[in-house]
Design a protein. Structure first.
Length: 704
């Protein structure tokens, strides 16, 4: 990755992703080189083709004609019409399953594709034989309806898989394509990939910083939120380090490039996300685990049926073969194939209605197993922007006077601390200021109503001989608690202190209490110092705190807990959270965060509400219950259907029409059971059309 520009990095990732997609395409029976979106589109097209030809097949078939009485067109033979339509509905749509079954059997594996081919293929071929050779019953409609259900389930599954992370591509786009450097005493623009270690880079307001380095001259404020998640711009002076892909907000400065290409912080994060994605095997769906046994049972039962009726009982070849095919058809995995996708579709749909987006099927299963949830602090448990959290007026002054003086000085400023003060002073009358002067690194000064107002840090007060009096100790106390303290004086007299900090989200405490009540341990992860981290943790009721964590070390903290045998969920919003979100067993991204965080996560909380973590876990549990119920039904159905199809109640035997109805009924029950998930009561999740009880701002109550 050394010396790569964004385009080179994307090409490298694309080559890596191609191997992963080729392996998936091999397993699913698709062509090599197809990505997940292409595979999902391919299955969708095959589903619609099967459905389009399946509708007239059902209408012309004996089952359909009993109800709607549609005769074949142009006086054609009914069996020939059904043959043509069924061939169009089956031969092209079923091809990926045929390829996948061949590949699986060649590898000694009996997967779902084998069962699909066994059911659809034998039903279709038997009907073709009945049409052209030996006469007898046909069940084209059963084979086609079966394939339609299977393709629907497969399409839903592929859509979930197609939502795989695009985090690395989003990361690569953060780096600017060009950089301004000094060469031979002249400033020139070159591709970022051509910047050499040791070169001097020139940065102006609004520029993205191309590579990592150290400031040589000038000062500025740099927005590092896309990498650190911290909302406040960072002061940069001579000797300070700057990070590639961050944004210069104010001054002009020059810096020496120290890390380029694969050594930059951005490239390292890309590498971490790649490693975490590659090391995390996708969870296998429950239906896939059950299909091995169902394939074996169907084959054994079908062959046993033929042997008993033809060689032992002495029935005709056509009769024995008919019952054998009926076993294969009634064993078709339409209910099994829909058992998990239908529950997943309903569960994810219910979550989406409430701003909880599940990006893959495995997240629904894995979220139920979590016993530790790690929250990133800034932007996740906190609002992600500074707010005034405390006012301490000096003797003889009031909070209103304190805010009025501060607002008069800060009016018109776009600095995050100034904006926090102006939001708090929105209802306070402020006077017009004059002769405003910014004092770099210390604060500001202005004339208001003929008096000089100083606003800034303790050093500014000391240099202007402003006595803090009894509030000196209070200033130290607030700073020790991780707050930014703004000191204010007017006319040489100290007015008081304004404490500013990143405030906790309104629902954070409720979320943590709810998780702990469910036996889930809660931890907080932050790059802030220990004092700030401990203050927020005490406020929220969190015992386990990881502070002073560098961006590249967050994923390692997740791995530490995983090595202890714990299932770890990670909740974050910044680019620096992306490796940890991917490394975690389940990654939750706050919706107000970066695109990279949302692409890296398994679950996206669009309302930026930490309490939605609780809702996501409960919804996962309810969905998994439906998946289990559907799978048990599918297994139970086959336990009853196999003997009936094999003719154990002879002379009563199941005909093809009854077999088709049994398949459809089984699938309908699975679908109805999955739809019942919409009526499940979940904390913080409402049912469609249901009123919700009044709740605290930002907190969605349980249904009434």
């Amino acid at each position: 990755m050394a010396g790569m520009n964004p385009a080179d990095m994307q090409a490298d990732h694309a080559a890596h992703g191609t191997k992963k997609n080729d392996a998936m395409a091999q397993e699913m029976g698709h062509g090599a080189g197809m990505d997940m979106q292409a595979m999902a589109l391919d299955i969708r097209n095959r589903f619609w083709i099967a459905l389009a030809f399946g509708v007239p097949i059902f209408a012309f078939s004996p089952m359909g004609m009993d109800f709607i009485k549609i005769p074949p067109p142009f006086g054609l033979r009914l069996d020939l019409v059904l043959f043509v339509l069924a061939s169009l509905a089956i031969l092209y749509p079923v091809w990926p399953f045929l390829v996948a079954a061949y590949r699986a059997l060649r590898s000694g594996v009996a997967n779902m594709a084998v069962l699909v081919i066994l059911s659809v293929g034998t039903g279709y071929l038997f009907s073709v034989g009945s049409t052209f050779f030996y006469g007898g019953q046909q069940f084209y409609e059963a084979s086609v309806i079966l394939l339609v259900f299977i393709l629907l389930g497969h399409w839903l599954e592929m859509r979930a898989r197609a939502g795989a992370s695009e985090a690395i591509r989003a990361l690569m786009n953060l780096a600017p394509p060009k950089a301004n450097v000094l060469r031979d005493g002249k400033e020139i623009e070159i591709p970022t990939a051509d910047v050499l270690s040791g070169e001097t880079v020139v940065i102006r307001p609004g520029n993205k910083i191309p590579v990592d380095g150290t400031v040589l001259e000038g000062t500025s404020l740099v927005d590092e939120s896309m990498l650190t998640g911290e909302s406040m711009p960072v002061d940069k002076n001579v000797g300070d380090a700057v990070i590639g892909a961050t944004i210069n907000k104010s001054g002009t400065f020059r810096y020496r490039a120290t890390k380029v290409g694969a050594d930059t912080a951005l490239a390292q994060i890309v590498k971490l996300v790649q490693e975490a994605q590659n090391s995390k095997a996708p969870a296998q769906l429950l239906a896939d685990r059950a299909s091995q046994w169902l394939v074996l049972a169907a084959v054994v039962m079908g062959l046993l049926t033929f042997v008993v009726w033809y060689w032992w009982v002495g029935q005709t070849l056509l009769f024995a073969l008919s019952l054998t095919i009926t076993v294969f058809v009634i064993a078709c995995p339409d209910a099994l194939g829909l058992a998990t996708p239908m529950a997943i579709m309903v569960g994810t749909g219910l979550g989406a209605m409430n701003g909880i987006l599940f990006k893959n099927a495995s997240a629904l299963e894995d979220a139920t197993k979590l016993n530790v949830i790690i929250f990133d602090k800034t932007g996740t448990l906190t609002m992600g922007q500074p707010e005034v959290v405390d006012l301490v007026a000096a003797p003889g002054a009031s909070d209103e006077q304190l805010l009025s003086a501060a607002a008069s000085v800060e009016a018109g400023s776009d600095h995050p601390l100034a904006q926090a003060i102006l939001r708090r002073a929105a209802d306070v009358k402020a006077s017009k200021s004059e002769a405003f002067r910014n004092i770099e690194g210390k604060g500001a000064q202005a004339e208001v109503d003929g008096q000089t107002i100083l606003l800034g840090n303790k050093q500014l007060m000391s240099e202007n001989k402003i006595d803090l009096g009894d509030l000196r100790a209070k200033s130290l106390e607030l700073q020790g608690a991780g707050r930014t303290v703004v000191h204010l004086s007017r006319g040489g007299k100290f007015l008081g202190l304004i404490a500013i900090a990143d405030a906790a989200r309104p629902t954070a405490v409720d979320a943590i209490k709810a998780l702990r009540a469910r036996g889930v341990e809660v931890a907080m992860l932050t790059g802030d110092n220990q004092g700030t981290a401990d203050r927020i943790a005490r406020t929220l009721g969190i015992d386990l705190v990881f502070a002073d964590v560098l961006p590249g070390d967050k994923a390692s903290k997740v791995r530490e807990l995983q090595k202890q045998g714990k299932k770890v969920g990670m909740v974050g919003d910044g680019v620096n959270d992306a490796p940890a979100l991917t490394q975690a067993d389940v990654g939750f991204a706050i919706g107000a965060g970066t695109d990279v965080a949302m692409e890296s996560a398994d679950i996206v909380l669009m309302k930026s509400d930490p309490f939605d973590v609780v809702g996501a876990i409960e919804l996962s549990q309810a969905t998994l219950r439906k998946m289990h119920q559907n799978l048990w039904w599918a297994v139970g159905y086959n336990l009853v259907a196999f003997p009936l199809a094999a003719g154990v109640l002879y002379p009563f035997v199941l005909g093809p029409s009854i077999a088709a109805l049994a398949m459809s009924g089984s699938s309908a029950l699975v679908a109805i059971n999955a739809l019942m998930l919409k009526r499940t009561k979940l904390t913080g999740i409402r049912r469609p059309g249901e009123a919700v009880a009044p709740a605290k701002p930002g907190f969605r109550s349980a249904p009434t």
